[in-house]
Write a protein that binds this ligand. Structure first.
Ligand SMILES: Cc1cc2nc3c(=O)[nH]c(=O)nc-3n(C[C@H](O)[C@H](O)[C@H](O)COP(=O)(O)O)c2cc1C
Length: 215
């Protein structure tokens, strides 16, 4: 099988990113870009991001998760702590997050350190989820091999009966990670492949060094 994609080409012309407009703190630029993408460009899930970890097998692995909160401190997502990514993070907390906002021709790449958030914060988010998602989190031994789809569905049904009319507690192995950034790169597509790339690097004094990179 072979398919030639060499004629797939696109000119990026929707914006620019100049150093003079780059704030001192990259989280403020992230907030601005996120707001603009969410409000002015067609993006189905602005908060969908790729998280890459270094696996126990030595290979990097990337998968999409949903960003659920961001603050000056970092980026929070929720998952199963016993999943493949959870085990990878326990061994090596260095991760990479990335967003590709196709409609805005923007990419953001974040290197950072992942750590579990406080249990009460995970409790709060778990409580806010619909019951179906809460039960799904209990039913799924994320990343484990399972016998069949039917086995998963009957597990969910049994849980629905068990918890009928009752509050569903957050399983201990399910919760949030915060990724505290050490480097954030903002990429804005430009014409003729002369894209804008602005990189923030966290310094020892906790100030951010800002550099323009060659595309
Ligand atoms: C749009 C989208 C959103 C997702 N959001 C999450 C999420 O927030 N948390 C999560 O654990 N998995 C999420 N997933 C599933 C993950 O991509 C992945 O399959 C799962 O976390 C297991 O990954 P692992 O086996 O590498 O740990 C999402 C997938 C997609 C496509």
């Amino acid at each position: 099988m072979e398919k030639d994609l060499s004629s797939y080409r696109k000119s990026y012309e929707k914006g620019e990113l100049l150093l003079k407009n780059a704030p001192e703190n990259p989280m403020e630029l992230f907030q601005k870009w996120f707001y603009e993408v969410d409000n002015y460009f067609v993006e189905d899930e602005t908060n969908a991001m790729t998280v890459s970890t270094i696996g126990l097998d030595g290979f990097p692995k990337s998968r999409v998760v949903l960003l659920k909160r961001y603050t000056y401190e970092g980026f929070i997502f929720y998952t199963n702590y016993n999943s493949e990514k959870g085990k990878a993070i326990a061994k090596n907390p260095n991760v990479c997050l990335s967003f590709f906002w196709h409609g805005a021709e923007r990419q953001v790449i974040i290197k950072g350190k992942a750590e579990k958030i406080a249990e009460n914060l995970s409790d709060g988010y778990f409580e806010s989820r619909p019951r179906g998602s809460q039960l799904g989190a209990i039913a799924s031994d994320q990343s484990k091999v399972i016998e069949s789809r039917e086995a998963l569905e009957s597990k969910l049904q049994a849980l629905e009966q068990e918890y009928e009319g009752k509050e569903i507690p957050r399983p201990e192995h399910w919760g949030g990670y915060i990724v505290k950034p050490v480097e954030i790169e903002f990429w804005q597509g430009r014409a003729n492949r002369l894209h804008d790339r602005i990189r923030y690097t966290l310094q020892e004094d906790y100030n951010w060094q800002v550099d323009r990179l060659s595309p």
